[in-house]
Design a protein around this ligand. Structure first.
Ligand code: GDP
Ligand code: MG
Length: 573
């Protein structure tokens, strides 16, 4: 990947540089896969990855390469990484560069897409030199699309990158890199063996948990990356810790464990409920498997009076969150209710005292508490870098300002292209700022962001009340400027989904204790009830049958009975 966006005039995300396409070419080149049209982005295995054209999980593959000049065979490991900032737990090109650099690894720069008429290879190489101080004399110029230059990559890698220097005769030292769930084999581990050898039947111990396992299949030697699974397999998600070190039982005393990986920090939360509580365990399995395959997701049980038992899930960003929802729906067809994504809030009690980060609006303190205890409230901000053709500048600035953004810089390059930097609340990204930017620029805008920390903010808890009872699943912490608009929107929308009852139903939106919007659903008139009672026997029978079939689907909020589907419709956009 080119490190800075400038090399491509209109699209310069870290994604889209062609890493997955190039992976295909390398797999074909080494004969790992055949060069047929059906093998597009073979390492993008998940449906959502193919559909959205982005790589979500780092994928690895082993290739055997026969060097044409030396006539030697090489065993090489290919890792395709996701490029989007939301998937930084998996890896990210620029971050990767610094990590690799810090570890003293050898890098071979590859410039892709040289077939494009707009390609400016010298400029890209110049940037690699000036920004990353990389020696580009060995850089390879390729087109993953046409295959041009692809044959030069592996010889360059072999020439410049030293082979791993582990010792297969030493005690085992094996790092857990990734893991996922396989229906047949159970938990499969992707490992890197630094020293020693693993064979089927070996007894291993996790230095992180102390648990012992027997290797079910595989021979891996020092220097190799590959899959291992245990027999009997790992049962619980909690048993597997990425970055954990395994060694042979008995070698614990002599092997130094790796420091482990940094825990990713979730920034976007949703709560998921089964539409039918009878599906709870089925959905629990689905979610458990998906979380097992993406360890950056945090998972906690949750309960709503209105919607029953569910799970609070934390994600690295809004794309990460929406990709997960897609996966849950695609891979498991689960029938679920998912609340709108929300960001965490930080509360600092009494001037620099204790801090709490809350992800559940129910834990948001009321105004009195905030005043009494002199609490300061913060929300997460990001530094967003937006690029766009200058003709859309006015519209884009307006959008960023409406998103409560603060402009940090505005720069021109290529005469008609603009790079805007804005500090915006993370919640605006969750509110689809990117989609809005795309909409305002005919799809030309790009957006990338990095964490900008917590900022003091005027936040309030919004709740929806049905006959004075709050609907817990609908509460949200929002900025005070959004209260009136959102309140109106809530009551109007919720009213659509609640049927008339025997008594009046009042729907209110409250910000803290202040009511900001209200709608009333009039009760059935007495004579209508009588008529219903007397004449419409078949309708009543139908109603009874429906109630029997879907008893779990009716929910009570105070004295008001509301169909579960109402929440579903309300919460789905
Ligand atoms: P990644 O996000 O870095 O993995 O990028 P992808 O491999 O998914 O490619 C992004 C887009 O660039 C896709 O539409 C590819 O077809 C296209 N692409 C990849 N390599 C080339 C190339 O060498 N030339 C051209 N013209 N397009 C390419
Ligand atoms: Mg990719």
């Amino acid at each position: 990947d080119s490190p800075r966006p400038m090399s491509m005039p209109t699209r310069f995300h870290h994604i889209d540089h062609g890493k997955s396409t190039l992976s295909d070419r390398l797999l074909e080149h080494t004969g790992t896969i055949s060069a047929s049209d059906g093998n597009k982005q073979i390492l993008d295995k998940l449906d959502v990855e193919r559909e959205r054209g982005i790589t979500v999980k780092a994928q690895t593959c082993t290739m055997l390469y026969h060097h044409p000049t030396t006539q030697l065979d090489y065993l090489l490991h290919l890792v395709d990484t996701p490029g989007h900032v939301d998937f930084r737990a998996e890896a990210q090109p620029v971050v990767n560069f610094y990590l690799a650099f810090a570890q003293g690894l050898t890098l071979v720069p590859v410039v892709n897409k040289i077939d494009l008429p707009t390609a400016d290879v010298d400029r890209a190489l110049g940037q690699l030199e000036s920004v990353f101080e990389l020696d580009t004399s060995a850089a390879v110029r390729v087109s993953a699309k046409t295959g041009q230059g692809v044959g030069d990559i592996l010889p360059a890698v072999i020439e410049h990158v030293p082979a791993p220097d582990g010792d297969a005769a030493k005690p085992l030292r094996m790092l857990l890199v990734d893991l996922w769930y396989d229906t047949f084999k159970g938990v499969v581990l992707l490992v890197r063996v630094f020293d020693g050898t693993v064979r089927a039947g070996d007894k291993l111990v996790s230095m992180g948990t102390g648990n012992e396992y027997t290797v079910g299949e595989k021979v891996l030697r020092a220097g190799q990356v590959g899959y291992v699974f245990f027999n009997p397999g790992m049962k619980k998600i909690q048993d597997a810790k990425l970055g954990d070190t395994f060694t042979a039982v008995g070698s614990e005393g002599v092997v130094e464990p790796y420091p482990g990986f940094e825990e990713p920090k979730p920034m976007v939360f949703v709560v998921a409920f089964p539409t039918d509580q009878g599906d709870y365990h089925k959905l629990e399995d689905s979610i458990g498997q998906l979380v097992l395959n993406d360890r950056s997701i945090t998972l906690r049980k949750d309960f709503s009076e209105a919607l029953g038992a569910g799970w609070r899930l934390g994600f690295l960003g809004s794309l990460h969150c929406s990709v997960f929802q897609d996966r849950l729906r695609q891979e498991h067809g689960a029938d679920i209710i998912i609340t709108e994504p929300a960001v965490p809030t930080k509360i600092v009690w009494s001037n620099g005292g204790a801090e709490t980060v809350i992800t559940n609006p129910a834990e948001f303190p009321d105004n009195e508490d905030v005043r009494m205890r002199k609490a300061a409230i913060y929300e997460p901000f990001v530094l967003a870098t937006v690029t766009l053709p200058d003709e859309y500048l006015g519209r884009v600035i307006e959008l960023c300002e409406n998103a409560r953004g603060r402009q940090k810089s505005l720069e021109f390059f290529h005469a008609t292209q603009v790079i805007l930097k804005y500090e915006v609340p993370m919640s605006s990204l969750v509110d689809d700022l990117f989609g809005k930017l795309k909409g305002a620029t005919k799809g030309y805008a790009t957006l990338d962001y990095e964490d900008a920390g917590w900022r003091p903010s005027s936040l309030v808890k919004m709740s929806l009340l049905v006959n004075k009872k709050p609907v817990d699943a609908i509460a949200r912490v929002v900025h005070s400027s959004q209260v009136d608009r959102l309140g109106r929107q809530w009551v109007t929308k919720f009213k659509e989904h609640v049927e008339r009852q025997m008594f009046e139903v009042i729907i209110q939106a409250a910000a803290g204790k202040r009511i900001v919007a209200r709608e009333t659903i009039k009760p059935f008139r007495k004579d209508v009830l009588a008529k219903l009672h007397a004449s419409d026997i078949s309708r009543r029978r139908k109603l009874l049958e429906k109630q029997k079939a879907g008893r779990k689907r009716l929910r009570a909020v105070g004295n008001v009975v509301i169909e579960q589907a109402a929440f579903q419709k309300f919460l789905s956009k």
